[in-house]
Ligand binder design. Sequence first.
Ligand code: SF4
Length: 274
Amino acid sequence: MASWLNYFNDLNLGPYYRDRAALPSAAASLVPAAAAPEEAPASPSPRPAPATPPKFAPTTTKPAAPAPFVPAPAGPSLFEVFDRVENDSLEKIRADLGDCTRCRLHKGRTRLVFGVGNPKARLVFVGEGPGHDEDVQGEPFVGRAGKLLTQMIEAMGLRRESVYICNVVKCRPPDNRLPERDEIATCSPFLMRQLDAISPKVICCLGACAAQTLLETSQGITRFRGQWFDYRGAKLIATYHPAYLLRNPSAKSEVWKDLQKVMAVLGLEAPKKR
Ligand code: SF4
């Protein structure tokens, strides 16, 4: 025993064991460090504080801010390079679609709604899917929401025929429900071919479905509405769907701000009021 004590003394462990007697109990040590009384150390040789706080110590860091929206990387990915169809055209894409039965939406459609407008348009509007009027007429955006879109286009100093208008899915979802994930996955490659074939300067997504599909995100549109993204060589912006504006007219001013951004990129001026 005597030789053990001499050994501890040789290691200068005597003060360590004497200090332990003055330390608070294990239960008291669970009190957060910040609440401990600021007293002078009882020992003339206090041990240094541990470098890392104990695991039980409550964190005082602020809650993390929401993660910023992360768009799909700019420029064509490896897959996109192979996805691009050489010398593609709207006629070829329409012919490839044919009397499409690739997804369940074909069962309820009256007419397949491919897209309409200028095949060399500098501006393409992309919606979500045909509604009742579009299904009957075979043309996108011809109902009440379509009339509002036409007014928006004319307010930008353009004509409906000078832009291109299409949807993520080409057949009407039943009861005007949102297209489902597998339906979007089946139909959207044709939309992407349309965009590649037209090669517009600006793509304006109308509503969350179009924006989420092209930006490959599940984040809500309010997170990125009105911001610019690169999409396969074009500039992409998302704004609210005209059908949403019919239900929420107060959002029109926000949409007009987005459209003005598009006009600035395209060098357009709003027509003067008569
Ligand atoms: Fe084909 Fe698209 Fe219609 Fe589905 S929605 S049946 S994939 S055209």
